[in-house]
Write a protein of this length. Structure first.
Length: 151
């Protein structure tokens, strides 16, 4: 059994609807206050700079992710678990390469060397799985901000 494409399993079960963000601005118009609601705060031109910073952080964080998943592979209780986590780790390695390429294409520069997060082994395999789920949810939120800024 090979799990490198684990993320393709049953994609329809997730709701990827874009969250609605409100940027309330008040302007004077005939002495009345008008409020404008902008539902796409990530597409403001000034957010390009923020996206570049998030990409730099993502590059730095991918090294810690690789170490973390390697730890889980080495402590997995079964061969099936090892195969699944190896697929996830391999995706993290691809993410790192993609972020390096994206950064270079957007800026024309090599990304700066930022200190990554310090790898702290989990106290148990189960805790490691819990941390990985929380970490991936956080990454999705960050990557969404990058995506929306690029539109």
């Amino acid at each position: 059994m090979h799990y490198n494409g684990y993320y393709r399993f049953n994609e329809s079960r997730y709701d990827y609807n874009e969250p609605v963000f409100y940027d309330v601005r008040t302007t004077a118009n005939n002495n009345n206050n008008n409020t404008t609601i902008n539902e796409d705060i990530y597409s403001y031109p000034e957010n390009f700079t923020n996206a570049i910073v998030l990409i730099e952080e993502a590059i730095a964080g991918e090294e810690e992710d690789r170490l973390f998943y390697t730890y889980l592979i080495n402590n997995a209780p079964s061969e099936e678990d090892r195969q699944i986590i190896t697929g996830i780790r391999d995706n993290e390695i691809r993410h790192h390469s993609l972020f390096l390429k994206l950064y270079s294409e957007l800026t024309g520069k090599t990304p700066p060397q930022l200190p990554g997060e310090r790898f702290v082994p989990p106290s148990s395999y189960c805790e490691g799985l819990q941390r990985s789920i929380i970490g991936e949810e956080s990454a999705v939120a960050k990557y969404s901000q990058i995506l929306f800024a690029m539109q």
